[in-house]
Design a protein around this ligand. Structure first.
Ligand SMILES: C[S@@+](CC[C@H](N)C(=O)[O-])C[C@H]1O[C@@H](n2cnc3c(N)ncnc32)[C@H](O)[C@@H]1O
Length: 199
């Protein structure tokens, strides 16, 4: 039986996401993905960068199984066997990586996962490498759309430690790790792709 998971939102956002990260990944030979989920993002993205080696990861065994199956079937053969990684406390794979990519995790996890992601990415990125985050963000203390406010309330009802993060707060938390916000790209459905550059 197939272990593949299917996330409808992931197949919808994969093309704009590819466009958003294209410049970073095209200049990369090693990319770590944190919270790969179903593996659908890498399955789509990896064949566009045949010279880049992608290392997927997740905290959930069922996600690791799904990603592993997609990695085995990847025609460009550039997705590694996924590794178990809890962004909150590692252990982080050996770097250096040119980029660390994380989609749709920091709002569906305690703030400690975001803090751990910033610390871990800084640890395993090469100087000048990028941490790319995709998902909904508040800007300067406000939601960017009513649907994001409702989504955040729903998340907080499910787990009071979850919720849409304010990009200003993420930016402040990144500074001590030598990560500077380099760019912010608005995406469909009131999401953003943002990149932090490691000094
Ligand atoms: C909404 S899914 C997003 C999956 C995928 N990145 C995507 O955009 O389709 C959130 C993912 O975060 C993972 N996750 C949650 N907490 C985590 C943590 N502390 N460390 C690593 N992964 C985590 C979950 O297992 C899940 O795969």
């Amino acid at each position: 039986m197939s272990a593949k998971l299917y996330y409808p939102a992931t197949s919808r956002n994969r093309e704009p996401l590819l466009e958003a990260v294209h410049e970073v990944f095209a200049a990369s030979t090693r990319v770590l993905e944190v919270a790969s989920g179903s593996g659908e993002h890498l399955e789509f993205i990896a064949p566009h960068f045949p010279n880049c080696h992608f290392v997927p990861s997740d905290i959930e065994p069922k996600c690791l199984d799904s990603v592993a199956e997609r990695a085995r079937e990847c025609p460009s053969n550039n997705i590694a066997t996924p590794v178990r990684l809890d962004a909150s406390d590692g252990p982080w794979p050996n770097g250096p990586f040119d980029a660390v990519f994380n989609a749709n995790m920091i709002h569906i996890a305690p703030w400690a996962a975001c803090q751990g992601l910033l610390a871990g990415a800084a640890q395993c990125l090469r100087p000048g490498g990028y941490l790319c985050l995709y998902g909904p963000f508040m800007r300067s203390g406000s939601h960017t759309a009513p649907s994001n406010a409702a989504f955040s309330e729903d998340l907080q009802r499910r787990d009071s430690r979850w919720g849409v993060r304010d990009l200003d707060e993420v930016e402040r938390a990144a500074v001590p790790h030598g990560l500077e916000l380099a760019w912010v790209k608005p995406m469909p459905a009131n999401n953003f792709t943002v990149a932090f550059r490691r000094d």
